[in-house]
Design a protein around this ligand. Structure first.
Ligand code: ISL
Ligand code: CA
Length: 551
């Protein structure tokens, strides 16, 4: 067993704007993270993935960067950042930053130059095309609604933006652009950070600029935008230029990364990335019209995605185990039961995250079981994705009530409400009105209450993370999926030369029976009691019960 820190590490993802506000202006900031660093350490995690903190006009909350070497004023200063890194290192915590390299902000100096004239030396930093028949160069759509091309008044050409029109796509064909990105990576690595999560890295290599023949947007992503012809050439070059010189980790994000092509990104001997975030389970309930067109989700399919990826990657690459992040609904609302069995199912998802093969990612707030929010007024939302989709809906005279309901289920702001620190005003996040309203359930769900309750979701996260770190079979052990067709039980074995574990989850609100093939001892579970008990033969699982048994 070849032990590696980023395989054993548990990652805690921070969305700084919503984490903790140290200066009471309503916006989370870097000093807020410093103030809560002992809390983070107390979870037992090893690595922090920090969402973008670079200078940005915040059209897409920092995913539109105007200066890659500076800190966003609202979040603090470079001195604050350096202090955060120092405080993290003191505690043995590693730092992974977001690298947003598919696009910049339209307020980045490169773009300001690029748009100014066709002869500007930065013109080819972006993707400019002539109009076709006095309209956009092709029929491509943006991830955030509408056409993906924007007209540049100065020069009469269009630029490509796969995300908002304030996020122009960089031209990776240009070797100067690639060098700029490698230099930025080195700038942060030389400061002492430990790696990057690479935003939409799957779409940096453009195929061609023909029309997409697919009516379904996901098919367009898969077949037109993602996995372009030079993606692996670029990643190999990046690895050679940057990654090979540092002890670091990389995780590439990307729609379009699939079971068929995933290994090309992460197979160890290809020397590209360490891990990817695929979206097979994240897009599981997206209909042909996208995320706000909601399909019922099929649990058998959900389980198969984890099993199939494990089989695909085993012995060759490494997986990332996550159930949500700042782009998706709260995990307990999406995959658990956020009503009657809120506590049990939040703990169950913690058990799932920490008992599969791969690196575990915990998104801020999930460790206290934060839930989705349902604002009645659409104006309480903040996400550009929601407002662009609303604008498009209005242009088609769509049903706004239905849309608001879909936003309650799928909107990204579900995961972006402030962390609920205590039951005081604004959930203890800030003394000022927060940039987005707190979830009204903060008086019930908050860190302070859970700190003092040994049976809380929070304390269970600490326990299960400790369990995983003390039992490396959970990290490196082999995986076998049992009962793949069962509609409510998720059962698998993890084992190595020394130990065998059986993990059983009841993903339903009923009691369910299960027949054991051997004698087992319960090691950890989300219902109290019965540790040390021997289990044999037929057993009954309580609603949303999870347990890890040892043979
Ligand atoms: O959430 C999605 C759309 O509803 C995803 O398709 C998401 O846009 C995609 O995974 C890319 O996400 C990343 O890049 C975006 C940024 O808005 C997201 O926050 C980021 O995680 C553009 O930089
Ligand atoms: Ca602040």
């Amino acid at each position: 067993m070849n032990r590696v820190w980023w395989k054993e590490g548990v990652v805690y993802q921070i969305y700084p704007r919503s984490f903790y506000d140290s200066n009471n202006d309503g916006i989370g900031d870097i000093r807020g993270i410093i103030q809560k660093i002992d809390y983070i350490k107390s979870l037992g995690v090893d690595i922090i993935w920090l969402c973008p903190v670079y200078e940005s006009p915040n059209d897409d909350n920092g995913y539109d960067i105007s200066d890659y070497r500076n800190i966003m004023g609202e979040f603090g200063s470079m001195d604050d950042f350096d202090e955060l890194l120092t405080e993290m290192k003191k505690r043995g915590l590693r730092l992974v930053m977001d690298l947003v390299a598919n696009h910049t902000s339209d307020e980045h100096s490169w773009f300001i130059e690029s748009k100014s004239s066709v002869n500007n030396p930065k013109r080819d930093y972006y993707i400019w095309k002539d109009s076709v028949n006095e309209a956009e160069p092709n029929n491509w759509l943006s991830f955030f609604s509408g056409n993906a091309w924007q007209y540049g008044e100065e020069t009469g050409q269009y630029y490509l933006h796969l995300f908002t029109k304030k996020q122009p796509d960089l031209n990776w064909e240009n070797p100067k652009v690639r060098q700029e990105i490698y230099d930025i990576m080195k700038f942060w690595l030389d400061k002492g950070i430990d790696g990057f999560r690479m935003d939409v890295i799957s779409v940096i290599s453009k195929r061609n600029y023909d029309d997409s023949p697919y009516p379904n947007f996901n098919d367009t992503i898969q077949n037109i935008y993602a996995n372009g012809p030079k993606i692996h050439e670029y990643l190999k070059e990046m690895n050679q230029e940057v990654m090979s010189h540092y002890d670091m980790m990389t995780v590439g994000e990307g729609p379009g990364i699939s079971l068929e092509n995933g290994l090309k990104y992460v197979q160890e001997d290809r020397k590209e990335l360490n891990m990817v975030f695929h979206f097979d389970h994240m897009f599981i309930d997206h209909g042909s019209e996208g995320k706000f067109d909601i399909l019922p989700h099929d649990f058998v399919h959900f389980k198969r995605i984890f099993a199939d990826w494990d089989t695909k990657l085993k012995d060759k690459g490494w997986g990332s185990i996550f159930l949500g992040n700042h782009d998706f609904p709260r995990i307990v609302s999406r995959f658990g039961n956020d009503q009657e069995y809120w506590m049990q199912s939040a703990k169950q998802l913690a058990t799932l995250l920490n008992s599969l093969r791969g690196t575990t990612y915990v998104y801020q707030g999930d460790e206290i079981g934060m839930t989705n929010v349902a604002f009645d007024d659409i104006h309480d939302y903040r996400d550009v994705e929601i407002f662009n989709a609303l604008e498009e809906l209005r242009s088609k005279n769509g049903d706004e009530d239905k849309f608001l309901k879909a936003v309650h289920v799928q909107g990204r702001d579900n995961a972006r409400t402030p962390i609920q620190w205590n039951s005081e005003e604004n959930a203890g996040f800030s003394k000022a009105d927060p940039w987005i309203k707190v979830n009204p359930n903060y008086t019930k769900i908050n860190v302070a209450t859970q700190e003092s309750n040994p049976d809380s979701v929070l304390n269970f996260y600490r326990e299960i993370i400790r369990f995983r770190k003390n039992n490396l079979t959970m990290v490196y052990g082999d995986f076998e999926h049992l009962l793949p067709d069962h509609k409510e039980l998720f059962v698998y074995k993890r084992w190595d030369e020394k130990e065998t574990y059986l993990i059983i989850h009841n993903f339903s609100s009923q009691e369910l029976a299960y027949d054991l093939d051997n004698q087992y001892q319960k090691m950890i579970g989300n219902y109290q009691g019965n540790l040390e008990n021997k289990y044999q033969g037929s057993m009954v699982l309580k609603p949303w019960e999870s347990m890890i048994l040892k043979a």
